[in-house]
Write a protein of this length. Structure first.
Ligand SMILES: Nc1nc2c(ncn2[C@@H]2O[C@H](COP(=O)(O)OP(=O)(O)OP(=O)(O)O)[C@@H](O)[C@H]2O)c(=O)[nH]1
Ligand SMILES: [Mg+2]
Length: 307
């Protein structure tokens, strides 16, 4: 064994992994499960993840830095288009791409798009068929589609195929083993005790948004953004003021709910979860504000990190 190999073995392995795929396939659920901690919000709404979230897993054998990305989705407005762009750009310069597919559904147009993109990527790529707990086995459909695209593009690219259920934690050990084998030898990229470098302000806003998404349906979640205005960190309690943007007056009424019930539920649920996350009591003050067309307003999108 030469000196460099010896040094590398002592160092372990380290690398960056872009977690990409269609919206709602379970990317954030998967990342949370791999870390054993919630770092990224989850819901059954399209494009729940709106920022690029780095989630860092440190083990004796090395460090994996996951980039949880917004799910690619047929975009209507500026926000959706920007989110798709963020996701597509995330695969550049990473050590591996983890393409998450929904095993419970047939391949969709966005999966086709990702397969095409991957034929052009140089690095390793792992296709994870998630939601294997659901009935319906579409692995052969995905493999067939991949083969067709590979032939069309005359690509020699190989994919590693794995199956998981992120909701129940099935297939996680195998996935982690594969990832640690894939990334190169190297020193950790982040300090060992860091789970994420996602700013606290954005995380608190996301937790509030997740609770809103659990209660709101149809188009309303897409018309909502949350912005934390201030955090006052006292020793025993953190007081947070946050604005919830909606696009129309009628939406404001829905978010507040009858006798303020919906907003109260959101506040209580968010306070509870934030307490579990940070180990300190939270007092949230939530303001619902009508901000017409915020999804088309460059400055608001920029402030929220969606542009
Ligand atoms: N049955 C089942 N449901 C899952 C599984 N993984 C995730 N889900 C559910 O799928 C929905 C979407 O999960 P997310 O983790 O938010 O999906 P995502 O790919 O991050 O979505 P975006 O952020 O919108 O791109 C949630 O309701 C999850 O509970 C799984 O393995 N099995
Ligand atoms: Mg997500």
């Amino acid at each position: 064994m030469d000196e460099t190999t010896e040094q590398n073995e002592a160092m372990g392995r380290a690398g960056i992994i872009a977690v990409v795929g269609r919206t709602n396939v379970g990317k954030s659920t998967l990342v949370n499960h791999l870390l054993g901690e919630k770092v990224s919000i989850v819901s059954d709404t399209v494009q729940t993840t709106r920022n690029l979230i780095r989630a860092i897993l440190t083990e004796p054998r090395g460090q994996l830095v996951f980039l949880d990305t917004p799910g690619v989705h047929k975009a209507k407005g500026d926000m959706g288009k920007n989110l798709n762009k963020t996701a597509r750009a995330s695969v550049q310069g990473v050590d591996a791409v983890l393409l998450v597919l929904d095993g419970g559904h047939r391949p969709a147009l966005e999966d086709d798009g990702w397969f095409r993109r991957i034929t052009q990527e140089e690095g390793a790529c792992i296709a994870v068929l998630n939601k294997r707990d659901l009935p319906g086995n579409h692995i052969e459909d995905y493999k067939k589609l991949w083969q067709e695209i590979r032939e069309e593009k005359q690509s020699g690219k190989d994919l590693v195929w794995l199956e998981t259920s992120a909701l129940h934690g099935d297939g996680m050990t195998g996935l982690l083993d594969t990832l640690f084998e894939t990334v190169p030898p190297g020193a950790p990229l982040f300090p060992e005790d860091i789970l994420t470098d996602y700013p606290r302000k954005l995380n608190i806003a996301d937790v509030i948004r997740e609770k809103l998404f659990h209660r709101l349906h149809d188009e309303l979640p897409h018309a909502i953004a949350v912005w934390v205005e201030s955090i006052d960190e006292q020793e025993k309690k953190w007081s947070v003021e946050a604005s919830i943007y909606v696009e129309r007056h009628s939406q404001k009424g829905i978010v507040i709910g009858e006798k303020g019930r919906l907003l109260k539920w959101v506040r209580e649920q968010a306070e509870k979860e934030l307490y579990e996350m940070y180990g300190v009591r939270f007092k949230l003050k939530l303001w619902v504000k009508v901000e017409k067309n915020w999804r088309k307003n460059f400055w608001i999108l920029k402030k929220l990190g969606y542009a």
